[in-house]
Design a protein around this ligand. Structure first.
Ligand code: GGG
Length: 360
């Protein structure tokens, strides 16, 4: 049967547990398509890029890899990083290469409490919190600017400079994205994060743009918080958060903190969006490749499955995204959980349970 709509997805599992969780996410999406009575289908192409590819070819992806990916509606990514390749080489050679070349400037990272998942922050009146970290994903501290005076290497006097790039355009677009997102949520609030007391150029520009953009959204509550205070707030007053917008580095750290305090990094989903849709967007769990548990069937596939739900939303399949999220909640709520969230289930058992709950 030919489907009414077929979405072409490039799967890039890459390294370690990325391989397992991408398999889980694909299984869930294929099960969903099989239940759609021909309304939609997914056409997958898998790319073998990553650290194993590097060992054979001396590069993390094919030279024409970006050209190949352009033909797809989305990229579904696993995780990058393996002990045989320096981390900065693997990250820049694959994940950041895709994000930056496809101008995926908005990284959306929802943080939420899931039923049955133990969290020390859970109390009777704080049981179903959720907030979203919006990460500036194209510049800031990860702009790749700087250098080392390698001539001094080994002499004990080497100097390295790593600059952060903040442009008014980059700041403004991510802030408008955050404000527009806040308008869709029950609590219309944007918290902006900086370290502008100590970093007096880029971060002060960020603060000034935030103030200017906020004036266009009088219906949205705002606050500006220093990153150290925001880290404390994540732990002490998460109920005060709705949308948190931060630079590449700050949001990278805060979103990991958010997922850890709601139970596990393995639960966290993310979308790297090119909002203009000139290039494919990329969907991936927040976690890395976890070499210590890779290949053992122990990793938590829910971050990757949640990322697949974000991809469904991107395809305009909002109801189906809700179905997947409900199935995730039903799974954790019924006690089917991997080790990282206090359970004993394998990755395959969790994946099967999610698929089993798609019909409910
Ligand atoms: N699936 C996400 C992933 O592989 N992350 C590896 C990593 O080190 N990322 C750094 C970053 O998020 O910029």
């Amino acid at each position: 049967m030919t489907a009414e709509q077929t979405f072409r997805i490039a799967a890039v599992p890459a390294d370690g547990v990325g391989i397992e969780v991408v398999e889980s996410g694909r299984a869930v999406l294929d099960a969903l398509a099989a239940r759609s009575n021909g309304r939609f289908a997914f056409d997958w192409t898998e790319f073998p890029w990553g650290s194993a590819y590097y060992a054979e070819h001396g590069k993390m992806m094919a030279d024409d890899g970006l050209e190949q990916l352009k033909a797809f509606d989305a990229v579904y990514f696993g995780a990058v990083g393996w002990p045989t390749v320096p981390d900065h080489v693997s990250l820049w050679g694959l994940r950041l290469r895709i994000c930056q070349n496809f101008d995926q400037w908005a990284n959306v990272r929802p943080v939420e409490f899931l039923p049955g998942v133990p969290s020390s922050l859970r109390t009777a009146d704080r049981d179903d919190l959720d907030w979203v970290v919006v990460r500036e994903n194209s510049e800031g501290e990860y702009a790749g600017l700087g250098g080392r005076n390698l001539a001094a290497r080994g002499a004990g006097s080497e100097v390295a400079v790593q600059s952060a790039l903040f442009t008014e355009t980059g700041c403004e677009r991510i802030m408008r994205f955050a404000f527009d997102l806040a308008r869709t949520r029950a609590r219309k609030k944007v918290s902006s994060v900086t370290k502008s007391n100590a970093q007096q150029y880029g971060m002060v520009l960020w603060d000034e743009v935030f103030e200017r953009v906020a004036a266009d959204y009088p219906d949205v509550e705002t606050e500006s918080v220093l990153v150290d205070a925001m880290a404390a707030k994540f732990v002490l007053r998460p109920e005060d958060l709705s949308v948190v917008v931060a630079s590449n580095l700050h949001a990278d750290i805060l979103s990991d903190l958010g997922s850890a305090i709601t139970g596990s990094l393995g639960l966290a989903a993310s979308a790297n969006l090119n909002p203009e849709r000139r290039f494919p967007s990329m969907f991936e769990p927040v976690h890395g490749s976890a070499p210590d548990i890779a290949g053992q069937g122990l990793c938590n596939p829910l971050g990757a499955i949640g990322s697949a739900a974000l991809m469904l939303e991107h395809f305009g399949l909002g109801d189906e995204a809700k179905t997947v999220r409900r199935a995730i909640e039903a799974t954790t709520g019924s006690g089917i959980r991997t080790r990282d969230v206090g359970g004993t289930s394998t990755s395959a058992e969790v994946t099967d349970a999610v698929i089993g709950h798609l019909d409910n």
